[in-house]
Design a protein around this ligand. Structure first.
Ligand code: SF4
Ligand code: SF4
Length: 341
């Protein structure tokens, strides 16, 4: 384990940014933090979470997939991708770091999504332990420990220092290039910080929430539940919950006529939208109840069924904070889960 004084963190950022692009969470508006490319003078936010998750780095909201250049009867297919530059994302929380594993199972399974794969290969993730988890957090429900946040390097803030521990080869490479700025310290230097974080976790309002009532094999139990009607009644179908969610991965692909060819875009989509499943033959999900049910059944039943029991939620709490009608996965779990008790 190594450490650096928090007063010198800007020097650390400058040293990283000299080698590769560095992104840190920073305040962009009152009450809003987002990941931004670091430049001299930029400060890390004191907020716990960025409004949007870190998934944009690997699965951006919009991207150009391919261009078709048409001249007469000839069509050239142009891959617009350039080799992605190496980059470091600093200050990723444990929940967002875990979400990358959930996205990997989708995008890196055959057929591999090479756009996502390219970015994953070039990104190094430095996580930051959550010194003060908030009331909307429930990552521990899904076995995530914000005191040991994972990634390529884990970091902790404690008594004026930033402590760093490499986890992967990528992480060791990053820190070895910064050794002139870092001082060695004992391996147990952050044990007190970990204990403090775990003590706070125990007192959070959602500390006792468990996913035990859910998982693979529960489709029959919940699919036709009467409760979906009342749960989904006020849902506006705005899609906010899916856009702030680090694990939502649905997208749409569209072609646009550029006047001299065709540009193919991919952009995030939402299962909460009325035309999400619209096809030439019609729409199999005609009501908001069916769309709402899909979102939560996917995270709590279908995803674990197909992914060794891993749930498709990391308990980041963003949907808890952002839904305009205060509906969220916690309420769904509590309401449906009542049937188990
Ligand atoms: S659950 Fe909330 S955030 Fe999600 S679509 Fe419905 S109203 Fe919007
Ligand atoms: S469903 Fe809600 S709490 Fe779970 S990962 Fe998505 S935004 Fe976070």
């Amino acid at each position: 384990m190594v450490r650096i004084s928090l007063d010198s963190v800007n020097a650390l950022f400058a040293a990283i940014a000299e080698r590769e692009a560095l992104y840190i969470p920073t305040d962009t508006a009152p009450g809003i933090a987002q990941f931004k490319k670091w430049q001299s003078g930029m400060e890390m936010t004191e907020r716990l979470k960025t409004s949007r998750s870190a998934k944009d780095f690997f699965f951006p909201q919009t991207e150009n997939l391919v261009d078709f250049k048409v001249s007469g009867k000839k069509i050239d297919i142009i891959d617009p991708r350039e080799e992605t530059e190496d980059f470091v994302i600093f200050g990723v929380r444990a929940c967002d770091a875990k979400s990358f594993e959930i996205l990997d199972r989708v995008f890196l399974s055959e057929p591999v999504d090479t756009y996502y794969q390219n970015r994953r290969a070039h990104g190094t993730i430095v996580t930051l332990a959550c010194s003060r988890p908030s009331e909307s957090c429930f990552c521990q429900t899904f076995g995530i420990d914000p005191a040991a946040p994972g990634g390529d390097v884990s970091a902790w803030k404690r008594e004026g220092f930033l402590y760093l521990e490499p986890i992967t080869e990528k992480g060791r490479t990053l820190l070895s290039g910064l050794s002139a700025l870092l001082e060695e310290c004992p391996e147990d230097a952050v044990e007190a910080e970990k204990e403090s974080i775990r003590g706070i976790l125990k007192k959070l309002p959602l500390a006792s929430l468990t996913p035990d009532a859910f998982g693979g094999g529960k489709t029959e139990k919940y699919f036709d539940s009467e409760k979906w009607k009342s749960l989904s009644e006020a849902c506006l179908g705005c899609g906010t919950c899916t856009f702030v969610c680090p694990t939502c991965q649905c997208y749409d692909i569209r072609d646009f006529d550029t006047g001299h060819g065709v540009r193919r875009f991919r952009c995030w989509d939402s299962c909460m939208y009325s035309d999400f499943t619209k096809m030439a033959s019609g729409n199999p999900r005609l009501t908001q109840k069916e769309r709402f049910r899909q979102r939560f059944m996917h995270k709590l039943v279908y995803y674990p069924e197909n992914n060794d029991g891993i749930f498709g939620c990391v308990g980041c709490g963003r949907c808890v904070e952002k839904c305009p009608i205060s509906m969220n996965i916690v309420k769904v779990m509590k309401t449906l889960g009542e049937d188990e008790t």
